[in-house]
Design a protein around this ligand. Sequence first.
Ligand SMILES: Cc1ncc(COP(=O)(O)O)c(C=O)c1O
Length: 434
Amino acid sequence: MYFYGTTGVNKNGHLEVGGVDCLELAKDFGTPLYVYDVALIRERARGFKHAFDEQNVKAQVAYASKAFSTVAMVQLAEEEGLSLDVVSGGELYTALAAGFPAERIHFHGNNKSREELEMALEHQIGCIVIDNFYEIDLLKSICIEKSTKVNVLLRVTPGIEAHTHDYILTGQEDSKFGFDLQNGQVEKALEETLPFDYFHVLGLHCHIGSQIFETMGFLLAARKIVEKMAEWQEKLSFESEVLNLGGGFGIRYTQEDEPLLPSQYVSEIIKEVKHLIEYYSLKMPEIWIEPGRSLVGDAGITLYKIGSSKDVPNVRKYLAVDGGMSDNIRPALYQAKYEAVLANKPLARANETVSIAGKCCESGDMLIWDLPLPETGEDDLLAVFCTGAYGYSMANNYNRIPRPAVVFVENGNATLVVKRETYEDLIKHDLPLK
Ligand SMILES: Cc1ncc(COP(=O)(O)O)c(C=O)c1O
């Protein structure tokens, strides 16, 4: 079994994280429970930042808060000196409520509303990543109306397919995101934005996909964009101050996954960009990246209580837990794989293979297929690893199941950062017929 960060086995033979026994966490905060290893998040953040600092490259490491957006997480990102990527008014509101410096917030999204853009301008956020021609016109009209200047990046679709799951590809030509590089849309977008007095076009952005294990996709995207930057410098006198290569750095969900370290991704990207910039005699832009999953993914563990079981003779044994697709929809949505152990006896030898079912009324509500586990009984505690990204942030109330609580653990202390939803919470927006 591979343990991440501060996760290990304590003297009682129980799983512990951040110096706190997982059985204590389950007792104090209930289950299901999202537990975050704060030290590991800090280590990942510092890994990315340090790789840029080491080479004296001006950079921003923006945490893609869609991976896990809560007030405490945003504050942790601020403590670590990260910037922040938001994709909706809700994520922006969370960031502002957490006191995150507006000038380090970058606003993404392929269909930002007038209200969302107005909110961003009102708070003078760092930049808006313009996604399409509709948004250019909308943002122009708001800037004129409010006589407000804004920094913008243009999101480019570079036509690179990262080797990852089809559902989370975004960099290929056939994508709902961004201006296409091949068919001239980016150049047209530059022609429409550069002369506009209220825009400061900072540079270009791309995001080629998620859960990427090698650097080639990033390097190819950089090549395609920097080549065009040279062309646009000549033709449009446009000097890109920023090259944002997005997020998508992979993590190790299971033994089959072999990601690189943050420093390895970054150092190869820097090397390639420096080489290209020299080759085309351009000014070195700031390099921005937007890791989400790779900052918080393997720092998260979900604790579940095991309940019912069902044997299908000669087929499989199902073990059901007290959560499921309501707290982690990724297995149902894109066959995501996870590993898990029993938190009360993580080192016990596995002597059976079971499949972990959720409690939602949906056959597809399976968390893990074919997991080797020791014999389990009622009240055993299952710890599913690497649930820190797109778990809580995609949680839902299917079957009116309240969302679990979230706890941060560090140096032997556990801090509740999101309260468990109650049944009252579930109906608080419902109105009676009479
Ligand atoms: C524009 C953009 N940036 C960053 C990310 C973060 O990706 P990841 O969590 O895989 O690092 C995403 C994810 O969808 C994205 O769309």
